[in-house]
Design a protein around this ligand. Structure first.
Ligand SMILES: Cc1ncc(COP(=O)(O)O)c(C=O)c1O
Length: 406
């Protein structure tokens, strides 16, 4: 049998290696992934009968369970059922899908938008659809895996520049073949470090070298800008055409699932007919689309949520730094608390969970070796007292494992 454990089959070897890592972490009581939630209740989650403060979710504006969003999903479920039995271009488009795309376009101030079944698939499908073999894609080194995978799938020349290093970006643009199509792609907020791309400089360089610009706003919508409209608002840039391709997800601030691109109508028409993940994959379930549409409306109707989030982010980062933690350059709800090696990150997360703070470790190779961390996400759903409670637990855990002096 080809997958036999005793053979030399590299596929079997890969499976065995991973199983060995998981087994060893479980034996040391350090395996913290895939724990099923029994209940989700605002900023709290119950796992294994233990109610913990949630510091690992992307519920930045605390929208899960919002009455308007729940009602929109229920109505759509009753009206259209649980699925569409089709891809968007054939039988899968409902009135709700069209309304969602119009709502996204209005929210982002663009002519049109396209919604796909996940953020991952959006990056994969859109980058691959735009580029050909003779083109060049230039990507920040810390971009999300879905961007990296999209770049690889496109089969264009894939150039990575040092994280947020504008001289390196310029060098990459200047040395790209003159006649090649050039796409610069970057996260707005980096999903492991929580820092923000130097967008004004990226825009200037893209204009200078006639490159198309795509920005992934997975972690910036609802988070950046005075009213949560994202990175353009954060930098006070009024010209929406400064970013050609505004990509985002419906799974972080927005409590649903899916991904989107907002932009010019000719771009969206192109994508709707050439992104293989759109043309050959099923439409979003109507209830998910309706929940996403209602969420964009709630962000605009309840601007105090963004204010609370930004106040909490400031309080959390300041408090952690005062306790002596290294939080890199985060200025957003994603706050890395650097532990160093993998073991320390695992131990810190395990100790925090034992003190009822649900937080997870991020270890190499997901982040560079030596920068393993717990990644704590603060939201608008936390009170200042709860943030204080979490920070005290992190401090105790940090001292116990030697990240902070005891
Ligand atoms: C920056 C970024 N882009 C894209 C994605 C993929 O989005 P989704 O989870 O909606 O597929 C993620 C998910 O973590 C992300 O962090």
């Amino acid at each position: 049998m080809p997958l036999s454990r005793n053979g030399n089959n590299p596929i079997a070897w890969r499976i065995e290696q991973m199983n060995e890592r998981v087994r060893s972490a479980k034996e040391q009581d350090l395996y913290l992934y895939l724990q099923p939630a029994e209940e989700v209740d605002g900023a709290y989650v119950t796992i294994n009968g233990r109610r913990m403060l949630q510091f690992a979710s992307y519920a930045y504006l605390d929208l899960i369970g919002h009455p308007k969003i729940q009602a929109a999903a229920k109505t759509a479920l009753e009206e259209f059922g649980s699925g569409t039995h089709g891809v968007r271009v054939l039988a899968g488009t409902t009135r709700i899908h069209v309304e969602l795309e119009q709502t996204i376009a209005r929210f982002k101030g663009t002519e049109d938008a396209i919604a796909l079944s996940s953020g991952y698939v959006t990056n994969l499908g859109v980058i691959a659809a735009l580029l050909g073999r003779n083109d060049v894609v230039i990507s920040d080194k810390l971009n999300h895996a879905s961007i990296v995978d999209g770049c690889l799938l496109s089969r264009s020349k894939f150039v990575r520049f040092d994280h947020n290093d504008m001289e390196a970006l310029e060098q990459a643009l200047a040395t790209a073949p003159k006649r090649a199509g050039k796409l610069v792609v970057t996260d707005a907020v980096f999903s492991m470090d929580g820092d923000v791309i130097d967008l004004p400089e990226v825009i200037r360089l893209c204009r200078k070298y006639e490159a198309v610009l795509m920005v992934d706003e997975a972690h910036s919508v609802g988070v950046l800008g005075e009213t949560g409209h994202g990175i353009l608002e954060h930098f006070g840039i009024d010209d929406v055409s400064a970013i050609d391709i505004q990509m985002g997800t419906l799974s972080k601030t927005i409590p649903s699932v899916g991904g989107y691109v907002a932009g010019r109508s000719d771009l969206i028409t192109y994508l709707k007919h050439s992104v293989r993940a759109f043309v050959f994959s099923a439409a979003l379930p109507p209830a998910s689309a309706a929940a996403a549409k209602a969420s964009f409306e709630v962000i605009q109707e309840e601007p105090e949520r963004v204010k609370t989030l930004q106040k909490n982010v400031h309080y959390f980062i300041k408090g952690l730094q005062e306790r002596g933690f290294n939080t890199l350059n985060s200025e957003t709800p994603i706050v890395p608390i650097i532990a160093g090696d993998d073991e320390r990150a695992w131990m810190m997360a395990r100790l925090s969970q034992k003190q009822d703070i649900f937080v997870l470790p991020v270890v190499s190779p997901a982040v560079p070796a030596g920068t393993s961390r717990i990644r704590a996400n603060v939201t608008a759903g936390h009170t200042l007292e709860e943030i204080e409670q979490a920070m005290n637990v992190f401090e105790q855990a940090g001292k116990a494992v030697g990240v902070l002096p005891s």
